[in-house]
Design a protein around this ligand. Structure first.
Ligand SMILES: Cc1cc2nc3c(=O)[nH]c(=O)nc-3n(C[C@H](O)[C@H](O)[C@H](O)COP(=O)(O)OP(=O)(O)OC[C@H]3O[C@@H](n4cnc5c(N)ncnc54)[C@H](O)[C@@H]3O)c2cc1C
Length: 376
């Protein structure tokens, strides 16, 4: 929670305390002759189970997260009469940070500028930068080696919850404060894009590993620690909260549409050197090339963190997501996304059959140990 911010307890928190206290009172009054029945806080203790098996895999994917230990880079660089604004290196959090990071980038680059603007890159960062530039009244041309659906951003599972995007020992306090603002702005922007058009939706999420505190929080107002009998996972310390999930292919396609409707143009072009960038007619250039910035602008700090996913046949009845020891599961209309791996320094963007088999097996084991209806 932010310092100085007080948050009133949500109705769910109040009802949780009431329920827990109530069940204890019943056990005492009944002289403990019968075990207390499990308390379902959400009427959801028995969640539908993901049907996991190797023969339900419809595609496998591998992507390279653009990771920088010191965090994503938003910075201006004057170069031979042009201004380059870097906006790359978002690791495993580019979808969760895109609007906020791009807002930070244009706030750095636009003051004093007049005329058209170039954006290099058509992933989540390039497209959100382009939209915000258009909203600020500037004509935009995007240049990119690859367009959706062939970007890393298309591969992302799409959870709006930044993770795996910096090394705590390598970041500054200033950067930590900036990323809070970037996360917040992205959440606000995604909230007004909820719906089929942009492929954004809210889902309850069961989380074993992160957000250990169940304290009220303005970002996760309904976050709660669940008693063991209120969920089917074979895990202690389960939290439940709601966050947004983005069907990334749909999101990026809709952004490209919006950019074109607003008069933007998109050119397929691969830049090999900064001097090719300097030859562009636009004086202001946003560099949103993700991992490509390593070769293009010589950023040796950027490294790939490979992620592999197995996608299962869609199961429309799965209306929750989970992040637990065995991996994460995000249900999407285009398939049940099972993750995942975090492989530092791995440059091969190809799924490895033995890793995929392990991912599927871990999630299958989880589904098998589902405690649906358990009365422990
Ligand atoms: C398996 C996996 C799961 C993920 N899950 C999530 C998640 O749930 N939530 C989340 O927030 N994030 C997630 N991410 C991270 C997210 O995908 C990235 O942080 C994000 O895609 C980075 O976006 P980008 O626009 O910087 O890069 P990209 O999407 O890679 O786009 C870069 C663009 O620049 C272009 N380009 C590069 N080099 C050049 C060049 N030399 N010349 C011209 N064009 C160039 C490319 O062609 C492309 O158009 C995940 C990533 C992976 C791999």
């Amino acid at each position: 929670m932010q310092a100085g911010v007080r948050v009133a307890p949500s109705p769910l928190l109040i009802s949780r305390r009431t329920l827990v206290a109530g069940s204890a009172a019943i056990a005492v009054a009944g002289c403990a002759t019968t075990a207390p029945r499990p308390v379902s806080l959400f009427g959801a203790a028995c969640l539908p189970r993901v049907n996991v098996s190797a023969n339900r895999v419809i595609r496998t994917i591998a992507g390279l997260r653009p990771y920088r230990p010191s965090g994503y880079r938003v910075e201006t660089q004057p170069l031979d009469g042009k201004t380059i604004v870097h906006n790359y290196g978002h690791g495993g959090a580019g979808i969760s940070l895109c609007w906020g990071s791009s807002r930070e980038a244009i706030a750095l680059g636009l003051p004093g500028h007049a005329g058209p603007v170039a954006v290099i890159g058509a992933g989540a960062l390039g497209l959100t930068t382009a939209r915000l530039l258009q909203e600020a009244g500037f004509p935009v041309r995007i240049y990119a080696k690859a367009l959706p659906p062939n970007t890393t951003s298309n591969i992302a599972g799409g959870q709006i919850m930044p993770g795996s995007y910096y090394d705590r020992g390598a970041v500054t306090q200033n950067w930590l404060a900036r990323r809070v603002l970037a996360t917040d702005f992205t959440r606000r922007r995604m909230q007004i894009m909820v719906g089929d058009d942009y492929g954004v939706r809210w889902l309850p999420t069961y989380d074993e590993g992160r957000l250990r505190s169940a304290a009220p929080n303005p970002v996760f107002p309904d976050r709660q620690a669940l008693p063991y009998n209120a969920h089917p996972f074979p895990a202690e310390n389960m939290l439940r909260y709601r966050t947004m999930y983005v069907q990334t292919g749909r999101f990026l396609a809709s952004l490209m549409r919006d950019i074109r409707i607003a008069g933007g143009t998109i050119v397929v072009r691969d830049f090999a050197t900064p001097s090719e960038v300097l030859a562009l007619p636009e004086r202001l250039v946003f560099n949103c090339t993700g991992l490509g910035a390593r070769a293009l602008f010589g950023d040796e700090e950027l490294e790939p963190v490979r992620g592999q996913l197995a996608v299962l046949i869609p199961q429309p009845e799965i209306d929750y997501a989970y992040t637990v020891r065995q991996g994460y599961m995000f249900p999407r209309p285009d398939g049940i996304v099972l993750g995942g791996t975090f492989e530092h320094g791995e440059w091969t963007a190809e799924p490895q059959p033995e890793d995929i088999a392990r991912i599927v097996e871990r999630h299958r084991g989880l589904a098998e140990s589902w405690r649906c209806g358990a009365e422990a």
